[in-house]
Design a protein around this ligand. Structure first.
Ligand SMILES: [Zn+2]
Length: 570
């Protein structure tokens, strides 16, 4: 379904992009774009760079327009530093294009860039994101940008004059293009593309927006020493001692500096929509400078480009981080289903920041998501919520896979926790949740079950995991007073006929009421609430040896009637 205009931020951008595309080139395929640097693991925070144009492009397609979403892989950028955990010998590759650096040890991929692109491509496929990937290595080394490069060199004085308006004395300290650090603590792990600290083309011999990679050592530690517009002969020297003269009309081993490269590509691809991180709102940022360069030099139009806010992560357990503490979209998709992850982006405007929960908060998030699904089903969802839901569960190409029986995530997490991953025990507990309509196979609860399992095993700290007692706590049982013994007796008496999630919930709340001489449906009073809390704490101590644990009805189902009797028999 196409969502009518004005319902949410995605529709409003789609309106704007369609109008702008019609103004520029009526009837042509509309181009939305993202850029990603495979300089290392691609951070979950950078998913917004893709999700923002994806959602807009998807809405445009839902309205029946041809629209392509380009993901430009900045894989011709220089390798800047050896990340933690990588053989320090990789330092010899610093300055080479990312596609010329060997992949880390043990990787099946041909080079560094491919190694880090692959998991991102898999995650994007799982999320239903349709895109056209463009390798900048392929583009530059095939000579695709020949005319644009020669043009930029001819126009170098004008480009230099524009850049000069923005240069400050701390030149080179500008933030990485389009790479969004998740928060300051993680920023260091997310160093962006090679463009981040590159010079803008200034050299002693003049200004040159083109930087060759050295023919001898492949690194970009080169300096252009002269250029002849007539012959296109370009002379350069390299710190390795090599120097040569090449003909730029034939040379394919170099690239335009970032601040010229980006607007050149807007023009080349005809990009109408491309967002960028908030770090671009400052004067002198690539987006601002690029806008002036495309207008004044290339004679084109800057894309519509909203600034998007940072996306943070809450509580990713360090123990699960095999990639130097940098959570990736693949990590998120191991603990949550693709529609939920899509929803987080769809429901917030790009300028609103939010966090992706790896901690207990994920359970509340899932509750909220399930509540929304119920509202959508019964027709009570608000238009903006309805739009966000529709964008989350599918794309113009069709719906994404769903879980046939969406048991609450927190229930699944408790079941998995108590069953310690045992599939037979898990199925037994799930079957008992609702005896009137029993779950017959674990597959009915997948993939949500698998995500909850992964969350429990990788993100819940060991000390918060539940361990059901093997043997009764004889000492505690012997110390109980008459009222406590009576409460246990009332519970055990009722469990067989209350063996479902709903009925056990009623039972555990009613035991203290019956003891107080009240009917089972009595309204809770402050005294009753205290009695219920004390009763629950006693049950937790006897069942799992702690004062708290998973919700009691789930815990009782998980432990099983036989073992409950054994552990609570006073
Ligand atoms: Zn060299």
């Amino acid at each position: 379904m196409a969502v009518s205009s004005e319902t949410d931020w995605v529709s409003r951008f789609a309106d704007e992009v369609i109008a702008e595309a019609e103004r520029r080139a009526p009837g042509k395929t509309i181009v939305c774009a993202s850029g990603l640097s495979p300089s290392g693991p691609i951070h979950l925070g950078n998913l917004r760079e893709v999700m923002t144009p994806h959602l807009v492009a998807d809405e445009i397609r839902r309205r029946g327009y041809e629209c392509v979403h380009i993901i430009s892989w900045d894989d011709y950028d220089r390798f800047r530093k050896v990340p933690a955990g990588i053989d320090p010998a990789w330092a010899e590759h610093i300055g080479k294009p990312l596609t010329s650096v060997p992949a880390p040890h043990g990787s099946p991929y041909a080079n560094w860039a491919e190694h880090f692109k692959a998991p991102m491509i898999a995650a994007l496929a799982e999320m239903g994101i349709e895109f056209h990937g463009i390798s900048q290595t392929e583009r530059y080394t095939s000579g695709a940008y020949r005319e644009q490069i020669l043009f930029a060199m001819r126009e170098r004085e004008r480009i230099d004059a524009i850049l000069a308006q923005y240069r400050t004395k701390d030149k080179g300290a500008s933030p990485a293009p389009r790479q969004t650090p998740v928060d300051e603590a993680e920023a260091a792990a997310v160093e962006g593309s090679g463009a981040a600290t590159e010079d803008d083309g200034s050299a002693a011999a003049g200004y040159f927006p083109y930087k060759p990679y050295c023919s001898a050592c492949e690194r970009d530690l080169t300096t252009v020493t002269s250029y002849d517009d007539e012959t296109t002969e370009l002379a350069y020297t390299c710190v390795c001692g090599f120097s040569e003269v090449v003909r730029l009309s034939e040379h394919n081993r170099g690239k335009l500096v970032w601040k010229v490269d980006w607007p050149m590509r807007w023009q080349y691809e005809g990009v109408v929509f491309e967002p960028s991180g908030v770090d671009h709102s400052s004067p002198g940022s690539s987006f601002i400078v690029g806008g002036q360069i495309i207008r004044d030099v290339f004679g084109g139009d800057q894309p519509i480009g909203p600034m998007y806010a940072f996306v943070g992560i809450s509580g990713m357990a360090k123990m699960s981080s095999s990639k130097g503490g940098v959570p990736t979209p693949a990590d998120a998709l191991e603990i949550m289903e693709a529609p939920l992850l899509r929803w987080l982006y769809a429901r917030r405007k790009p300028n609103q920041s939010f966090k992706i929960a790896f901690d207990q908060e994920i359970q509340r998030l899932y509750d909220e998501w399930d509540a929304l699904a119920r509202k959508v089903a019964d027709g009570t969802a608000l238009p903006a919520d309805l739009a966000a839901h529709a964008r989350a569960i599918g794309t113009a190409a069709g719906p994404l896979p769903t879980t046939p029986r969406p048991v609450p995530y927190r229930t699944l997490a408790s079941v998995v926790d108590v069953a310690a991953g045992d599939p037979e025990q898990t199925l037994r507990i799930l079957r008992d949740l609702d005896p009137a309509d029993p779950i017959e196979s674990l597959d009915e609860t997948r993939p949500r079950l698998d995500r909850a399992t992964h969350w429990v095993t990788t993100q819940v700290p060991v000390e918060q995991r539940t361990r059901v007692r093997d043997e009764p706590d004889a000492e505690l049982l012997a110390s109980l007073g008459d009222a406590e013994r009576e409460s246990l007796r009332l519970l055990l008496e009722g469990i067989d006929e209350h063996w479902s999630l709903e009925a056990l919930t009623t039972l555990v709340y009613s035991v203290p009421k019956l003891q107080a001489g009240l009917p089972a449906d009595a309204k809770p009073t402050p005294e009753l609430k205290v009695a219920q809390r004390e009763f629950f704490a006693l049950l937790y101590r006897l069942l799992v040896g702690r004062d708290t644990g998973p919700r009691l009805p789930t815990l009782l189902l998980a432990v099983g009637a036989g073992r409950v009797r054994k552990l609570l028999d006073a």
